[in-house]
Write a protein that binds this ligand. Sequence first.
Ligand SMILES: *Cc1c(COP(=O)(O)O)cnc(C)c1O
Length: 225
Amino acid sequence: MTTSIAKNLLNIKQYLPTEVTLVAVSKTKPLADLQDSYDAGQRVFGENKVQELREKEPAMPKDVQWHMIGHMQSNKVKYIAAYIDLIHGVESIKLLKEINKQAAKNNRVIKVLLQFYIANETTKFGLQLDEAKEILSSAEFKDFQNVQVAGVMGMASNTEDKEQVLKEFQSLKSIFNTLKTNHFPSEDYFKEISMGMSGDYKIAIEAGSTMIRVGSSIFGKRNYV
Ligand SMILES: *Cc1c(COP(=O)(O)O)cnc(C)c1O
């Protein structure tokens, strides 16, 4: 049986260049919906709350890759450190330090993305380029053996103005290029640009996204968050 979730996934997949990763944002959605998308071949899921991850992770097959896409508090890293594949929203050395510590305890390396402020809205989070350079140049950062900065992440303004959204995504691409040249020239793992959601992923791909985070276009509207 083809569910509407499977159809939605197929529609998006058909549009995506093969090198772009689709993160299915399943926050607030029931396990049955995650299982439907798993059965349709989806393996990468994004959640934005630690509590929800802790409930869903044990209930899904082990080959699911879990991404934390929400704002992360340092004191909660320990609850997801054993399995989390990628943490998208990192914007402080304090959080990097805690991720490094918890990853070491679990004998693994955790990949993260630095989140940048690219929108025109004060409600959005993120670093400025200078702050990121300062973190990446610090002696403390260079000592972290168990955390790997795999790229950048950002959210565009919530606006109908496509030119504005394109400009913001292009600014993230340019931040990525700068960091790549100055801090990760020969580190192949620094390669991800996580940008694009249901409303703007086509624009994000045009601007060079390597990873889109799509929720409502797969699972339907959410009642909250
Ligand atoms: C909820 C969320 C998404 C997905 O949003 P949709 O508009 O439903 O696709 C993507 N990124 C982040 C950080 C989110 O919190």
